[in-house]
Design a protein around this ligand. Structure first.
Ligand SMILES: [Zn+2]
Length: 567
């Protein structure tokens, strides 16, 4: 009988191999921990497109790594900063404090952006968010140009590594998005992200007094030139794709100059939206890869016995999802191209550090919803977009007729997913906040497509009840930052108007399509396995800690994944 992977002989042999590998690892830790995040990579997407992928990328993770196929976040607001912070800290927003990309800061009396910090400044001039061209409305909330991890309330795995090795571990995080890099670097590492106005990777003086020379050299080599007067083209012939005949779908965003069909032109360097369009395509991931490789080389990561940490978060998949939806030719191609980017990264790490010395983990910050019109093409469903402003007007109108009719301005803010009551107005009118919140929640629940409006005082929804959606809302509650009422829209209903930019799909719900992410571990001491039991991404940080034999992050609620720790 030929010896196959499924042979019982090998089944028994594998734990022995794992025993030696892990025993070796405890004597000598990995030289590099490489934590990869793919923004908005829903748990099923790598498998869905694997047949069109090449060698060395996702296929390496499937063939040689441990794949967790049933991983879900257990918090409600599945946004980018929330997920990245959970990956970094091993806990929910209730504890790490990053409850949303934007929240109402009670001291400042205004909405704030998650990583803004007015004590610091960017190291590059003309790199601050340009409000006239920035398409991400959450970025436009920030008043300060400075960025830092100040708002993160618990320690990260990277922090724990820094403490354990007395600051000798080199710790870096890179992403196109500031909020994709900063949480993973923690309080102790260095973060770099891409400035669209400056067309370069930047940092703030929280991290550095001045840039290392290699950062300046990377920019001076004009890496963006190759994209000028060029366009995003399909990697493979159109007929190879699941969505090969669906390039032009009417719900896709027709971004000026970029269009809804291939090829998508980037325009010329210096054009108003040139750098933005790079980030909305595989080019954003390719630039991130190039910068990360330059970092590994110049900072000499993984070259000695002290373990170093590199986080790379690839953002393009998320932007493409928003514009076109995950079931689109663009989304399919961006993943196939990311697969090549990952293969390049793994091969580079193998040459410079050695995969046998590297512990790799890959996951996502949240899943991905479908564009409602796509769902409706598969049957007469009621998936639809939703205007939350209309609901808030309905709530205001309801308040004007109820027991609080004489008090004006009770609602301070709606900032997804929270309604914040105006505390000053309530104090002046001597109102009981819990009662007002209850009334507002009851009114919001009367809005069409609102599934539930849950008040912070609502003890009906205790975690002990283990009701999936309500538990996720509860896990998102942080007393300093969360609002008074959490609004949950129905499954398959999305707000898609971001201050004028109408997009195809929006994540951020507590439903399973937004909480579902893949988790892969590969590299040093890892034997191939597929694990179907339920796990959470909060398990990743404590698993890394356990594999390194260091203490878990301060607020970690996850469990070390037993499949990786078998001895
Ligand atoms: Zn994201």
């Amino acid at each position: 009988m030929p010896l196959s992977v499924k042979s019982p002989l090998l089944k028994y042999a594998l734990p022995c191999l794992a025993l030696f590998a892990v025993a070796g690892a405890s004597a000598e830790p990995p030289r590099l921990i490489l934590q990869i995040t793919v923004d908005a990579l829903r748990g099923d997407l790598p498998q869905r497109h694997l047949h069109n992928m090449g060698k060395g990328g996702f296929r390496y993770l499937f063939d040689e790594g441990v794949h967790y196929s049933n991983a879900h976040y257990q918090h409600g607001n599945t946004e980018t900063i929330v997920g990245h912070s959970s990956l970094a800290t091993g806990t929910t927003p209730a504890l790490h404090g990053m409850v949303g990309n934007v929240w109402f800061d009670k001291d400042a009396g205004r909405l704030i952006y998650n990583v803004e910090d007015d004590r610091y400044h960017l190291l590059s001039s003309n790199a601050d968010v340009d409000r006239s061209t920035e398409i991400d409305p959450t970025q436009r909330v920030a008043l300060a140009d400075g960025r830092s991890p100040r708002a993160l309330l618990t320690s990260t795995f990277s922090d724990e590594l820094a403490y354990a090795y007395n600051g000798q571990s080199k710790i870096f995080a890179v992403s196109v998005k500031d909020r994709g890099a900063i949480p993973l670097a923690g309080q102790t590492g260095k973060a770099f992200w891409f400035s669209k106005p400056a067309g370069r990777f930047i940092s703030s003086n929280y991290y550095y007094e001045r840039y290392p020379q290699w950062v300046l050299d990377w920019h001076d080599a004009n890496p963006l030139d190759a994209y000028s007067d060029n366009s995003w083209q399909l990697l493979r012939p159109a007929q190879d794709y699941l969505f090969g005949t669906n390039d032009d779908q009417p719900w896709e965003t027709d971004f000026p100059g970029f269009g809804r069909t291939f090829p998508h032109p980037w325009g010329s360097i210096g054009d108003k939206y040139f750098t933005t369009l790079l980030t909305l395509s595989p080019a954003g991931d390719q630039l991130t890869l190039d910068f990360a490789k330059t970092l590994v080389e110049n900072e000499q990561l993984g070259q000695d016995a002290i373990p170093d940490f590199l986080s790379v978060s690839f953002s393009s998949n998320d932007y493409v999802l928003h514009l076109f939806g995950p079931s689109s030719l663009e989304a399919e191609d961006v993943l196939l191209q990311l697969d090549r980017t990952l293969a390049d990264l793994f091969s580079y790490i193998d040459e410079t550090v050695g995969l046998k010395h590297t512990l790799i983990v890959l996951s996502a910050d949240h899943g991905a919803p479908e564009a409602p019109p796509y769902l409706n093409t598969r049957g007469d469903q009621d998936a639809h977009y939703y205007d939350m402003e209309a609901c808030m007007q309905q709530v205001e109108a309801g308040l004007a007729q109820g027991p609080f009719a004489k008090v004006e301005g009770l609602i301070g803010q709606f900032s997804h997913p929270y309604i914040y009551l105006d505390q000053k107005v309530m104090e002046q009118a001597k109102l009981d906040g819990a009662k007002v919140a209850e009334t507002v929640a009851a009114l919001a629940e009367q809005c069409n497509s609102v599934n539930a409006a849950i008040t912070t005082a609502d003890t009906r929804y205790s975690p002990a009840r283990n009701r999936t959606v309500e538990t996720r809302v509860w896990n998102n509650y942080n007393a300093r930052r969360s609002g008074d009422v959490y609004v949950v829209l129905d499954s398959q209903v999305y707000v898609n108007d971001f201050d004028g930019l109408v997009v195809a799909a929006t994540h951020g719900s507590p439903w399973n399509y937004d909480t579902f992410v893949p988790i892969f571990f590969a590299g040093r001491g890892i034997a191939q396995a597929q694990v179907d039991r339920p796990v959470t991404p909060y398990d990743i940080a404590p698993t890394l800690s356990a594999l390194l034999g260091i203490k878990p992050p301060s607020g970690s609620i996850g469990n070390p994944l037993s499949e990786l720790l078998q001895r």
